[in-house]
Design a binder for this molecule. Sequence first.
Ligand code: FE2
Length: 294
Amino acid sequence: MSSDFIAAKAKMPYLGVGLGLRRELADEIFASSASIDWLEIVPENYMDLGGHAKSRLEKAKSLFPIVTHGVNLSVGSSDPLNKDYLSTLVGLLDFIEAPWWTDHLCFTSIDGFYLHDLLPLPLSAETVKHVIARAREAQALVGRPLLLENISYYMHMPESHLQEADFIWQILEGADCGLLLDVNNVYVNSINLNFDPYKFIDDLPLERVVQMHVAGHSRRGDLLIDTHGADVIEPVFDLLAYALKHTDCKAVLLERDQNYPESFETVIAELDKIRQIVLASQPGVLPAALSKSA
Ligand SMILES: [Fe+2]
């Protein structure tokens, strides 16, 4: 079956190794543009472009390619799609000239009220059908390729009858959109829910992977919590290397969203480690013009 998304993917740029733009890190990120290839922004933070947010975004745009990573698409919700949100997002994507946009395979709103959590969906045929229709509509309204991210979660929702990888596969094929593969989320879920993370990756629609996330997590008792507030551990780097060898990935990003290290050099060192893994596993992610500190 022909796929508009796969045809579009062939023309997407390779962005290299990037970092999430956080207000607290912005000055150091801008001063380190030689070591960071691209930035990811949370679009909800830039939809009311006044004052500092506007100047931060303009500065970021002058130095880096930028992609959005949203939380309010709420693709699995039973609420109507928020068309005001999507139309504001279109303006932002136009401004930053984003090659694609991303959000999460989850729901974040109930009765129009936005929660501040990424909530898992029932892994069912009914959900698959529901999400396919909404993801198709959202992608058409926005007019740029959409990537959905596999989330971390701590329990299965009732009425879950499908394997998660199959659930993701059916939705991405049915909606004809892409995958933002978060290898830390795969690792955290594999420990908490007791499955083989390598087999999980094997079972995903890997030709639809455009971007990957790498992050750190924390441990509370027997549970791993996806905090984005700690150093990345070796098993997650190993999963990154494995996934890169099995995909034509366009961009890799380090998520560090809290508990920032005392020295920004620690973040740069982690980016450099990711760059070395990319070089060894899928060097095409790093086109020559972007191979900043490799
Ligand atoms: Fe992520």
